[in-house]
Design a protein. Structure first.
Length: 521
């Protein structure tokens, strides 16, 4: 699939790989035993990278030595990605690190991309495209836990526009994002209003009898028996046998199942129509009651199978009650790190409304007549949200494939920019590696006045010396090859000088040089 990516890019773009556009590093493996006060350091992990960006409210603090910090400390502009996840759809979630916690290192469930020949804001558009298009999912490997891997990530194709065009693309995407964001915000508010109306209606019907009296309350343990699922080990997962129901299968019926062929206790068996309750995970998204609509199956841990006492309570009625009590159960949840769980004791002690069976059926009939209308309205709004998401995905796709038509003839081709960048990198590294003594024969010779006082005016530099290649001009004009800001500033200055006619190019290809417009070589 990746072989066909980015084959029709504009002529000024370059198709490289991720590792050519920046450096890739997988985080440091650390465990809770690396926890003392000696080298206490904030640590970013996969759980801190969400679909909405970075969540830094629950950071781990582990030991990173000074040497480790030099290698693994994050700096503003770095892009962090989830290296591993239980769902391949979540591998590659990404965000730009903007600081706020210093120092902060990253663990082995995170990949760091440090931009070199690309702007952070453009690189993250590429990675978001990979996530939405399933490129990261296809590149992931593993059983149970899917891994992207630093090597596979670094070898993915990468579209590289000229730096000047990257800035225009970023601005265009930001404008689209603002407009689409406003539309999505309005639709989300409408969806929240509809959901609140639904909740209030359901709660009012459940807490009162059809005659308007308060429904009697009983502990949940008095009207049902609950069985927790089995803690299956990953080595027990098989390709055949009974499907294992995990929380992710309840949340998303399209998620693939693991299977089990061994002996199963009756407590862990699930038949079609069974009432289940997910009691562990992320409060607000994992918790909730479900009616099992699949085949005969076995139940994984963290899910209750609820056997209802039908002489006291109707199963469909209890299903509605349990979901109306979501906030109550979330309030009971214990745990940290963004995860929580309800104990069996707390669950069974929770009080639920239990009117007569006759009244329960009347309440269900009232809900069944109300629900279709509210669900139609929610579906309409949800469809609008999906269209906004599709539109934004199209914007990103066009942004990273040249479809936004942001090319200018004055742009320096990306192939030249990346070659110049790596040439100066090598020059800088060689310069650092040399002993601190003067070379007998300097690489570049200019008149004494020019050499003694380097300037950032490119026209002045070229007017005082001889025509030179872009990488040489950058060095002698005083731009720091190790500074991303300097690199950006140089190309902006060069593009401006060319567009204004202050300097011009002579020759073509690798032999092309620059000279001042009023200077004849």
């Amino acid at each position: 699939m990746t072989d066909e990516l980015f084959l029709g890019l504009p002529s000024s773009w370059e198709r490289v790989v991720v590792g050519d556009a920046g450096t890739v590093l997988r985080g440091r493996l650390k465990t809770m035993k690396h926890r003392s006060q000696l080298h206490r350091t904030a640590c970013l992990r996969a759980a801190n990278i969400t679909a909405e960006g970075l969540s830094l409210a629950d950071m781990l603090f582990l030991d990173f030595t000074e040497e480790e910090r030099l290698q693994y400390q994050l700096q503003s502009g770095d892009i962090v990605l989830t290296e591993a996840s239980g769902s391949e759809a979540h591998v590659g979630k990404c965000a730009v690190w903007t600081g706020g916690i210093e120092p902060c290192c990253f663990l082995d469930t995170v990949l760091r991309f440090r931009p070199e020949c690309v702007r952070s804001e453009f690189a993250i558009l590429v990675f978001r495209y990979f996530l939405a298009a399933g490129i990261f999912a296809d590149a992931s490997r593993g059983l149970g836990i899917m891994h992207l891997g630093a090597t596979r990530f670094a070898s993915l194709p990468f579209p590289l526009p000229p730096l000047g065009e990257q800035a225009r693309i970023i601005e265009r995407v930001e404008n689209h994002s603002i407009r689409l964001g406003k539309a999505a915000g309005s639709l989300r508010r409408a969806l929240r209003t509809l959901e609140e109306q639904r909740k209030n209606y359901v709660l009012e019907r459940l807490l009162t009898t059809p005659e308007g009296h308060a429904a009697p309350m009983m502990p949940l343990g008095d009207v049902c028996v609950v069985h927790n699922g089995r803690a299956f080990k990953t080595e027990e997962w098989q390709e055949r046998g009974l499907p294992i129901i995990r929380i992710k299968n309840l949340k998303d019926p399209t998620e693939p199942f693991n299977h089990f062929e061994g002996d199963v206790d009756d407590r862990h068996r699930v038949s079609p129509g069974a009432l289940l309750y997910a009691w562990s995970g992320t409060p607000g998204s994992s918790f909730g009651a479900h009616r099992w609509s699949g085949p005969q199956a076995v139940l994984n841990q963290h899910i209750f199978r609820i056997d209802v006492d039908e002489s006291v309570i109707d199963g469909d009625y209890l299903f509605q009650v349990l979901n109306s009590m979501s906030e109550t159960f979330i309030g009971m949840a214990r745990g940290g790190g963004g995860l929580g769980h309800i104990t069996r004791g707390d669950f069974l002690a929770a009080k639920v409304p239990v009117p007569s069976l006759t009244d329960q059926r009347k309440i269900l009939a009232s809900l069944e007549s109300y629900m279709p209308s509210i669900e139609r309205q929610k579906a309409y709004v949800t469809s609008g949200l999906e269209k906004v998401s599709v539109l934004f995905a199209k914007v990103i796709e066009k942004a990273v494939t040249g479809g936004l038509k942001t090319q200018l003839a004055s742009d320096i081709p990306a192939a030249v920019e990346i070659k110049d960048y790596h040439n100066i990198r090598r020059f800088s590294q060689k310069k650092k590696a040399r002993a601190p003594r003067q070379s007998k024969q300097p690489a570049l010779v200019f008149d004494a006045e020019y050499s003694a006082a380097p300037t950032r005016s490119l026209r002045e530099v070229l007017g005082m010396g001889t025509p030179m290649k872009a990488q040489d001009l950058r060095i002698v004009a005083g731009y720091d090859a190790d500074s991303t800001d300097d690199m950006d500033a140089f190309y902006k200055a060069l593009q401006k000088a060319l567009s204004l006619g202050e300097i011009k190019a002579i020759g073509r290809g690798a032999d092309a040089k620059l000279q001042a417009a009023n200077h004849e070589a």
